[in-house]
Design a protein around this ligand. Sequence first.
Ligand code: ZN
Ligand code: ZN
Ligand code: ZN
Length: 158
Amino acid sequence: MLVNLHQLAKSLAPGTDASDSSRRLVCRVPECNGKAFPRQADLDRHTRMLHDAPKTYACDYLKCSRSVNGTPFNRQDHFRDHLRDQHKEDLLRRSVRPDADWWNSRSNRAVSNGWWRCSRCLMKRVVIDVDGYSCPGCGNTLELERQKYREKLGSLRS
Ligand SMILES: [Zn+2]
Ligand SMILES: [Zn+2]
Ligand SMILES: [Zn+2]
């Protein structure tokens, strides 16, 4: 008799206790850190929008073959290498300290026009007069070395 009542109570209150924790809707992608969603539809939409669609990184030099008019990159690190090697932007490598030759080989357009590119999010051309040394895209600060280089070149209006 007691057992039957207990079972009845349970069947009238679905979604409680054990069934809840086993059905937690959590995004399994590591960078989402176990982000949870109230409904399956929400998790599906999140997955579709953030994880299924391949991101592309189009070069913002419009005549470049890797711009939106050509073949953009699928990987951000390849785009970063491209900007550094092809367009001679002063994007530092974490592991390599640039020497004078490297700095001399940088494009004037990139280092003395009053803008810089964020090496973290690669946000296009942060204008120093407007945003200073702080990236409006991700909050990253321009590396000190690159700040000094720009100051040395007098690309800043003082
Ligand atoms: Zn996610
Ligand atoms: Zn390019
Ligand atoms: Zn940034």
